[in-house]
Design a protein around this ligand. Structure first.
Ligand SMILES: C[S@@+](CC[C@H](N)C(=O)[O-])C[C@H]1O[C@@H](n2cnc3c(N)ncnc32)[C@H](O)[C@@H]1O
Length: 239
């Protein structure tokens, strides 16, 4: 059965919001419709302009989620959301790209969805009213929490082994990880910086940390360097 986009189905409208000047996706299916419950008759009839991989073209959303569920990676991402942090959308999008088990929003239920580019529809997004609810959720399942923040005493992410099953916890712009989250994390990991800024944005930090997990557990590139604990995380200079 041909799963390729139908011929002659050049983009005709800007529909996924990613770049309003550029049209994406495929038009209506040309020829006899393919068989299978995963196909969405409406998409086959009208075209599929969503921001999904070609292999998921014309699939129902539920079918895509079920397919991703079969191969989700066992790491979770938690973000403390006390101030409508605009980075959360970007975190959700990256979490979808790396097929993480779940994203946990702690604090305010509402978050800025724009940066997620609709990827939240394919992701399991949980809400916890406060940090203790997140901690309880993780404890019940025996999943350790690892904070990601460049706080005094943090350990370099670059040399600290990441557990396979883990909740990586990120703080918000400004204050960073809450005191309560820090206390319950088995480690807090910092990402090496070399410029003048105090921090990178939470979306960028989350992407780096997720990719570190992928390198360790998908590409079998674990790190086992020294886990130095320093006042201000310091790194050797490359010369
Ligand atoms: C803008 S930072 C805020 C706080 C930061 N501790 C400070 O001193 O300004 C927001 C979040 O991004 C993540 N983050 C930013 N830079 C990071 C870094 N170099 N290492 C680890 N996490 C970082 C952390 O999760 C942090 O809570």
């Amino acid at each position: 059965m041909n799963e390729r986009p139908a011929p002659g189905s050049e983009p005709t409208s800007a529909a996924n919001g990613e770049d309003e000047a550029r049209e994406v996706g495929v038009g209506p299916w040309v020829g006899p419709w393919p068989e299978g419950d995963h196909y969405d008759p409406e998409l086959l009839a009208q075209g599929d302009r969503r921001n999904v991989l070609d292999r998921y073209r014309y699939w129902r959303r539920e079918a895509i989620v079920a397919d991703l569920d079969n191969v989700r990676h066992p790491f979770h991402i938690a973000v403390e959301n006390w101030s409508h942090d605009f980075n959360i959308g970007s975190v959700v999008r990256t979490a979808n790209a790396f097929n993480c088990a779940g994203v946990h929003i702690v604090g305010r239920r509402r978050w800025n969805k724009r940066g997620a580019m609709v990827t939240d529809r394919y992701q399991h997004v949980h809400h916890h009213p406060d940090t203790s609810a997140l901690l309880e959720w993780a404890h019940e399942r025996g999943i350790p929490l690892v904070g990601v923040d460049n706080l005094p005493g943090a350990v370099p992410l670059e040399s600290h082994p990441l557990p396979r099953s883990v909740v990586l916890v990120f703080g918000q712009e400004g204050p960073g990880l809450s005191e309560e989250a820090r206390r319950d994390c088995e480690a807090v990991l910092s990402i090496a910086q070399f410029g003048s800024t105090r921090s990178i944005n939470a979306g960028a930090a989350a992407a780096i940390a997720m990719h570190a997990w992928v390198r360790a557990h998908v590409f079998d590139q674990p790190v086992d360097g020294p886990t130095l604990r320093t006042e201000h995380t310091e790194y050797p200079t490359l010369s």
